[in-house]
Write a protein that binds this ligand. Structure first.
Ligand SMILES: Nc1ncnc2c1ncn2[C@@H]1O[C@H](COP(=O)(O)OP(=O)(O)OP(=O)(O)O)[C@@H](O)[C@H]1O
Ligand SMILES: [Mg+2]
Length: 275
């Protein structure tokens, strides 16, 4: 099973890209589990016909308080999405209350207890994780050895690269768990930014990784987002975004640990010193 984790700064395009990746893999005949690791719990929306599914934390409050995990099966945790994709959202506390990363840690513990990932049921797992790895909860997929291939979504904006540098630090920290950085996904905010591309290339070099794909700004993404019923790759399979995501999906599957060196993130002084 290939376990792919999509990290990146808030609002950078993780969920849009992750859901389309899951759809591409499922359309290609793979058995897929899509795991939303964000308290906002909207990663799976386009995979379940626009519905917000009951999150792991909501289920936990409703069922697990009464029955222990062993009495449950993996199917009790998952919602069957379109294209046969099994979906789950970690969920989290109400804003301002509790720790947002805790839901992720608890969900992954339940995965372990119920052998969700090791059951042989899946070819691919796509994890969509908020980029604030300063909180250990969001690094849980790395820490517990759930993750394997990491991709970081960035844009040309400095703070997106700052978050990517931080995520690369986490990848370096947990490299001994078998985690490796497959590369960056450049989801540019501007339509045609040559100098922006150069900057991201320079950044990739500085942290010892490469750019897997450039994703174009595409109005089809917004249309799919408002329609909520399908991923972009299903709704507009010929649009430039869909083409790039299909190319990205193949590159991620082909990435091998031996070809992906441990990243060399910068310290803050180096980052702000220019590179
Ligand atoms: N390539 C693109 N072209 C056009 N719009 C895009 C593109 N990528 C992302 N967007 C838009 O940017 C917004 C943020 O995308 P998305 O929700 O996927 O980001 P995210 O990283 O998952 O955010 P969060 O951290 O809040 O979960 C959405 O409105 C989405 O439609
Ligand atoms: Mg998201």
């Amino acid at each position: 099973m290939q376990k792919i984790v999509v990290f990146g700064k808030g609002g950078i395009g993780k969920s849009t890209i992750a859901a389309s990746l899951s759809a591409v893999y499922a359309l290609g005949g793979k058995k897929v589990i899509h795991v939303g690791c964000d308290p906002k719990h909207d990663s799976t929306v386009s995979l379940v016909d626009g519905a917000l599914i009951e999150t792991f934390m909501e289920k936990h409050a409703r069922i697990f308080g009464i029955r222990d995990h062993q009495a449950l099966g993996a199917k009790d945790l998952l919602v069957k999405g379109r294209l046969g994709i099994d979906c789950i959202e970690a969920g989290g506390p109400e804003p301002g209350v509790g720790c947002a990363g805790r839901g992720i840690s608890m969900m992954l513990e339940a995965f372990q207890e119920l052998d969700v990932l090791e059951s042989g049921a899946y070819d691919v797992g796509v994890f969509d994780v908020l980029g604030d790895v300063v909180c250990g909860g969001f690094a849980a997929p790395l820490r517990k050895g759930f993750a394997e291939k990491i991709v970081i979504v960035v844009s040309e904006e400095l703070m997106a690269l700052y978050a990517a540098n931080n995520i690369a630090k986490s990848v370096r920290t947990y490299a001994s768990n078998g985690v490796y950085l497959a590369g960056l996904v450049a989801n540019l905010k501007v339509k045609d930014g040559k100098s922006d591309r150069k900057r991201i290339e320079k950044f990739a070099k500085a942290i010892g990784t490469s750019i897997l794909e450039y994703i174009p700004r595409d109005p089809a993404v917004r249309e799919a987002e408002f329609a909520r019923d399908k991923t972009v790759v299903e709704r507009s399979p010929k649009c430039p975004f869909a083409k790039s995501v299909r190319s990205l999906a193949a590159k991620i599957l082909a990435a091998r640990k031996a070809d992906c060196p441990i990243p060399t993130p910068m310290n803050d002084k180096q980052f702000y010193g220019g590179w």
